[in-house]
Write a protein that binds this ligand. Structure first.
Ligand code: ATP
Length: 312
């Protein structure tokens, strides 16, 4: 089957700055593809080239088998797009705006706008200009999903949404895949991609530094752990943990009558948990570091694209 999106050696330069550097990727139809990377990695630039909002400096883009530069409005109708920054006419109500968009997007199943708005908790009777950032984002999501397009291109769609609405949104993404729609989702939040995506590309400084299924990328395998203990000495803890595999950045110190530990676990957390479990724990937290840190730790610091380097 032909890919829903096929990018070949895509390159985008702004003056002397390279935003996207020789990027090739392919998105299977009916799958959810996650594009993740820290701020400034080139995600928005890539998605805009797919939508023909901006044009690549060089390289080829195929979307649903067509070249978006020549396919025009007919191709756009087959795509739902949530842009990173929504520009909305503030005087219209949400309902009016969606009616207006539905004339351009093609048929919207009866009741679909109300159903989506209800699920996301969006009041369609309010003027768009009075909506909070999160509610504007919901409007953008309804607009992209309402006509059940073959392809959804979603640029950081959950920014500004509270956790319950984020969960509902991820459910919409899964339902879209269930219907055979293809989804390209960008994010700088790993957990969101982990929950929704079949395959992932990690973007850093305009380049893909890793690609595969979510589990194989091991990005989620890095965790920051913190714990407090009593009735144990710093030396004893240090001795027990010193030779554990997968443990880095170990710091142990006494504070306020207890012993505090912080460390980074890379990979299997089980030996660490078994080892500390024999002591009396006062508290324990296990956190996901931010994506930038995980990318750097696993894939190193990418060389920034050379300024003015000619890839055309
Ligand atoms: P974010 O999550 O912060 O939006 P991103 O991964 O989407 O990050 P892009 O917005 O694609 O990243 O930006 C990639 C790089 O290109 C950045 O260094 C950015 O400063 C630069 N860039 C983007 N748009 C322009 C522009 N119109 N003119 C000049 N530089 C730009």
């Amino acid at each position: 089957m032909n890919p829903a999106i096929d990018l070949t050696r895509l390159h985008k330069r702004y003056g002397r700055r390279t935003a996207v550097d020789s990027l090739s990727l392919s998105v299977e139809p009916g799958s959810v593809f996650g594009l993740i990377g820290p701020n400034g990695a080139g995600k928005t630039t890539t998605l805009r080239m797919i939508l023909d909002i901006i044009r690549p400096t060089s390289g080829a883009v195929r979307v649903l088998g067509q070249d978006p530069r020549s396919a025009g409005a007919a191709l756009r109708r087959r795509i739902g797009f949530v842009p990173g920054e929504l520009r909305l006419d503030g005087r219209m109500t949400g309902r009016r705006m969606l009616d207006f968009y539905s004339q351009a997007s093609g048929p919207v199943p009866a009741g679909r706008i109300d159903l989506l708005s209800e699920r996301l908790g969006l009041d369609l009777s309010r003027r768009v200009g009075t909506l909070s950032k999160g509610n504007k984002q919901k409007l953008g999501i309804v607009q992209a999903f309402m006509h059940e397009p073959e392809l959804l291109v979603l640029d950081e769609p959950t920014s500004g949404l509270d956790p319950l609405v984020q969960r509902e949104f991820l459910q919409l993404v899964r339902e879209a895949r269930g219907r055979g729609q293809t989804v390209l989702l960008s994010s700088h939040v790993l957990s969101e991609i982990q929950q929704a995506a079949d395959s992932v590309a990690v973007l850093s400084a305009g380049r893909i530094v890793a690609e595969g299924n979510v589990a194989s990328l091991r990005l989620g395998a890095i965790r920051r752990v913190r714990a407090g203990f009593e009735h144990v000495s710093e030396e004893e803890l240090r001795r027990e943990l010193a030779h554990l595999p997968h443990l880095a950045d170990l710091e142990i110190a006494r504070a306020d009558g207890s012993v505090r530990l912080s460390a980074t676990v890379e990979g299997d957390i089980d030996p660490f948990v078994k080892s500390i479990a024999r002591h009396r724990l006062l508290d324990l937290s296990v956190e996901e570091p931010d994506l930038e840190e995980s990318v750097l730790r696993l894939y190193g610091s990418p060389q920034p694209p050379a300024e003015g380097a000619d890839h055309a």
